[in-house]
Design a binder for this molecule. Structure first.
Ligand code: PAF
Length: 320
């Protein structure tokens, strides 16, 4: 006898894969946006096969703590097939293992958004989606920051821009785009870019400078404004701009440098995600940041000694 699965009611329209600090931040922002529908159309996807209900806490920028009940969809929940928009908020090195096994459980019309530091996973995901052109892929990056106080309690610690843009497959529908615009709240910018890769390379430059240097020198982001780092920062950016050019992306080194120093200043008191990963003995995203620059450089037969050295030094601190 055939085993038919019935889809339980209250199926979420939007799901967030990855319940880390950024995943939970996106969840709270989407649930409380002006474009949110009455009732909750957003869920998180957990690591377990079974679904659970979980109370979440969110401490906003003014220090107020809000509680909400969230649906944490299990990886075997048939409601995955009802999700129209999947926001992937896991670390770069987790994208393939977390997302690829879910692809055949999703609707053929589901649109996927990758939101992580670094570059590289988009190539693997685009290849996996190629036989399913009705699904689509949007890429993005956020400079917002959140801190995990406990597993289900996060604090919003930093404002920043979220940049998104279509990459391949079917385009994001106007309705879902409007829903994503709900991330633009509390005066935080949400920008759509076409083509998107140039802004992702710009963000890659920010991460290629700040993340390894703060991890290696055990310092807050602001210390990198000191003169002693100037030459090394200029060399990292020069190599990146050269590799990007060979990849078909034109970047202005003066503007990139200005943007890197602006972020160093704006986040002066913050400890970068890589600093924190190393401090907590977690894997880092180095292979997708300076490692991606080295990988693309190799394809174009370019030497990138400064990025190569940072890659090797960070891998020595903490194999990833
Ligand atoms: O990875 C990080 O920590 C952040 O992307 C940034 C912008 C470097 C600020 O710390």
């Amino acid at each position: 006898m055939a085993n038919t699965l019935t889809i339980p009611s209250n199926s979420p329209n939007i799901a967030i894969l990855g319940a880390g600090a950024i995943g939970q931040l996106m969840y709270h922002q989407l649930c409380h946006s002006d474009s949110a529908l009455p009732g909750n159309d957003t869920a998180l996807i957990g690591r377990q096969p079974h679904t659970q209900q979980q109370q979440l806490q969110f401490t906003d920028h003014s220090g107020l703590t809000h509680s909400s009940d969230a649906l944490i969809l299990g990886t075997n929940d048939p409601r995955l097939a009802e999700v129209s928009l999947l926001l992937v908020c896991v670390k770069a090195y987790q994208v393939a293992t977390a997302l690829l096994p879910l692809l055949n459980k999703l609707s053929p019309l589901c649109h996927i958004v990758l939101l992580h530091n670094g570059l590289g996973p988009h190539l693997v995901v685009a290849e996996a989606l190629a036989p399913h052109p009705s699904q689509g892929l949007t890429l993005g990056t956020t400079s917002q920051a959140a801190l995990k106080i406990s597993q289900w309690h996060i604090k919003h610690t930093g404002f920043g821009v979220t940049q998104l843009g279509y990459y391949c497959g079917s385009e994001l529908s106007a309705g879902l785009k409007a829903r994503m615009d709900g991330l633009h709240r509390d005066n935080q910018a949400l920008e759509w870019h076409q083509p998107v890769l140039a802004v992702l390379w710009q963000k890659l430059a920010i991460n290629a400078v700040i993340n390894p240097l703060t991890a290696l020198h055990h310092c807050a982001n602001g210390q990198l404004a000191n003169d002693e780092y100037w030459l090394q920062i200029a060399a990292i950016i020069e190599e990146l701009v050269h590799v990007a050019k060979c990849d078909g992306i034109e970047l202005d080194p003066v503007l990139i440098s200005a943007r890197v120093y602006q972020v160093i200043k704006l986040t002066a008191a913050n400890y970068s995600s890589m600093y924190q990963d190393v401090a907590h003995h977690r894997a880092t995203e180095i292979n997708y940041i300076n490692g991606y620059i080295c990988q693309q450089a190799q394809l174009h037969r370019l030497a990138v000694p400064h990025n190569q050295q940072l890659l090797e030094q960070v891998l020595q601190l903490n194999p990833s």
